[in-house]
Design a protein around this ligand. Sequence first.
Ligand SMILES: [Zn+2]
Length: 55
Amino acid sequence: MIAELKPCSFCQSEDIQAFDIGRTFVLYCRDCCSSGPEAGTLDEAIERWNRREKK
Ligand SMILES: [Zn+2]
């Protein structure tokens, strides 16, 4: 089951796209062009995205 994806922590956009780059997944905000942490699975990438904090 895929975890629920939270809005972008920078701009609150929900326009988030997932990329599969080789064996790595990364989530990317199409509004502010920020990208989340890379992970080995889509689930993990989403989990890391959701835990991402503002800088
Ligand atoms: Zn954003």
